[in-house]
Design a protein around this ligand. Structure first.
Ligand code: SF4
Length: 84
């Protein structure tokens, strides 16, 4: 049985295949859609310290944070404590 990894990104978990798929999707985003890499890394840093992150998935929205965070226009979905 696979264990949930609290506060892990896909990058750090065994979900390597999913991470590759997400990276391919991110690569296809236009510059207008995709956020700067510094912003992306800062967002993921905040997700890593968030109780809502489990095995790369945000429990507030069900998204893989490594994908959601790549979009310029996306926000942290936690309206009561928005971290980014
Ligand atoms: S609630 Fe916000 S900071 Fe927490 S995991 Fe989800 S997107 Fe990241």
């Amino acid at each position: 049985m696979k264990q949930e990894c609290k506060r892990c990104l896909l990058l750090e978990s065994a979900e390597g295949g999913m991470l590759e798929s997400i990276k391919e999707k991110i690569d296809k985003l236009s510059p207008e859609e995709k956020c700067e890499s510094e912003v992306y890394n800062e967002r993921l840093k905040k997700c890593k310290s968030c109780d809502n992150l489990i095995s790369g998935v945000c429990m507030k929205c069900g998204c893989y944070v490594e994908f959601r965070a790549a979009f310029k226009k996306q926000k942290c979905p936690n309206v009561s404590d928005r971290k980014w």
